[in-house]
Design a binder for this molecule. Structure first.
Ligand SMILES: [Mg+2]
Length: 247
């Protein structure tokens, strides 16, 4: 039986993509960029995505903070679109304020956390920015479900580095085989958990087939399946009582 459940946050419990798109739209409206001649939202989104990803991936090596990542991403996007980029620093501030106060959940998150709360200690291991992750959980009224948050920019290690998993397991005072980690990324979550010797549950809502050699211990397409999975896990160990209280 697992003694704690750890979750990835973005696109496992919270819908990062939805929050990002909404915050981008509202930021553009706030700065009235959507009113500029020839400005198209679809074009902005398509140009912004790879530029922002490049700065995000390179942020540690180049020692960029999140405001610089956003500032440079907006600047380069508008430059490439042939638009005025002089407000990119202000845009970064507006976007960050909006993003940190936005919370969209993945379907089933509230139900899952309410069911598990009080039965399992729970934690978050996220490759994100602590300020945003804490603020978004608070906005969504979800923060009280979690005993500990391990966010990479605060811990100093990034999934799949096993050191962030080790920190989490040590903080809970458990052995690695007593913890289940749930996440949507094979690159960061699966390989990280595997390297740390932690059982992994792959949240795979699209039902895509992993490459050969990638074998998550569990795979679920909806968060509600995790409730059944944990009940099954307990049943296998003969702990019937917990199954009854879980449902
Ligand atoms: Mg994720």
């Amino acid at each position: 039986m697992y003694k704690a459940i750890l979750f990835d946050l973005d696109n496992t419990l919270l819908d990062y993509s939805c929050s990002e798109q909404e915050s981008l739209r509202r930021m553009l409206e706030h700065h009235q960029l959507n009113l500029l001649e020839g400005f198209q939202w679809e074009q902005f989104r398509e140009v912004f995505a790879p530029i922002n990803w490049m700065y995000w991936v390179e942020r540690n090596e180049r020692k960029l903070n999140i405001m610089q990542v956003l500032d440079y991403s907006f600047r380069d996007t508008l430059l490439q679109m042939g638009q005025d980029h002089s407000a990119s620093t202000d845009m970064a501030g507006t976007y960050w304020r909006l993003f940190c106060s936005t919370c969209h959940v993945i379907e089933g998150t509230q139900h899952l956390l309410a069911r598990l709360h009080g039965r399992y200690p729970m934690g978050i291991i996220s490759n994100g920015i602590g300020e945003a992750q804490r603020s978004r959980l608070k906005t969504g009224g979800l923060e009280h479900y979690f005993d500990h948050l391990f966010v990479s920019d605060e811990i100093g290690f990034w999934k799949p580095d096993r050191q962030i998993f080790d920190r989490a397991v040590d903080t809970f005072g458990l052995r690695h085989d007593e913890v289940l980690f749930v996440g949507d990324s094979l690159q960061d979550d699966y390989h990280g958990a595997l390297g740390a010797g932690i059982d992994f549950c792959y949240f795979n809502p699209g039902g895509s087939r992993p490459e050969d050699g990638i074998r998550p211990k569990y795979s679920i397409q909806s968060l509600s399946q995790l409730i059944a999975l944990l009940a099954l896990n307990n049943e296998e160990r003969g702990e019937q009582h917990e199954i009854q209280t879980l449902y």
